[in-house]
Ligand binder design. Structure first.
Ligand SMILES: [Zn+2]
Ligand SMILES: [Zn+2]
Length: 207
């Protein structure tokens, strides 16, 4: 229902749609955590991070996202065996959704995938509502990004709970129907690789 937003990888091989797209139905937050930074470096897309290493993320209900093209070009990375599933395209390494499990239903998508020739993410989802994990930001942390941001946290919890209670956890774009089994191929990073990636991340990158 409502506005439909298109998600598109940089090269256009992978396309998805988000239904019911509006500032009201999503959470848009800039995340400065070192895991988000490490993932961007892992897939060679540090260009998607802002100057302080932030990832501008739109969180949507799993059932609202559907891939309509290029599903065979999606793969996932886990920084740790039990870490977030972070999916990207294999054609051009565009992040297309991070997620945890159908029990904690959300999909976080880097906003750039929504900036297309005919669509601006800001117009569909509104601007970011805040920033989190500023302690890992590169350089001076953005204002309000370091302490616990209670309104932001409550809003995120309310959204995820709401999605769970209103049946928007399924169908899940990244898990097979009725199972916790991932649809797309996955790589779990070795701890040495993870440590190597950390050197690129804030607060003080060493390489
Ligand atoms: Zn692509
Ligand atoms: Zn993060």
């Amino acid at each position: 229902m409502g506005t439909q937003a298109e998600l598109r990888c940089r090269c256009g091989e992978v396309v998805g749609v988000v239904t019911d797209a509006s500032p009201r139905t999503v959470n848009r937050v800039v995340c400065y955590c070192d895991d988000c930074q490490a993932f961007a470096h892992q897939i060679g897309r540090a260009d998607l991070l802002n100057a302080k290493g932030g990832s501008d993320i739109v969180q949507v209900a799993p059932a609202s996202l559907k891939f309509v093209k290029g599903q065979d070009r999606i793969a996932g990375v886990r920084l740790k065996p039990k870490g977030l599933f972070r999916y990207h395209t294999t054609c051009c390494n565009t992040p297309v959704g991070n997620t945890l499990s159908p029990a904690i239903p959300f999909v976080g998508i880097l906003v750039q995938a929504f900036d297309t020739e005919t669509q601006r993410a800001d117009q569909v989802f509104g601007p970011p509502t805040g920033a989190i994990f500023g302690k890992c930001a590169i350089g001076e942390p953005p204002p309000g990004s370091t302490g616990p941001n209670l309104p932001l946290m409550l809003r995120a919890i309310a959204k995820v709970l709401g999605w769970r209670l209103t049946g928007k956890a399924r169908p899940h774009p990244f898990f097979k129907a009725n199972t916790p089994e991932p649809i797309f191929p996955l790589t779990v990073l070795a701890s040495e690789r993870r440590e190597a990636l950390r050197q690129h991340c804030g607060p003080r990158p060493t390489v």
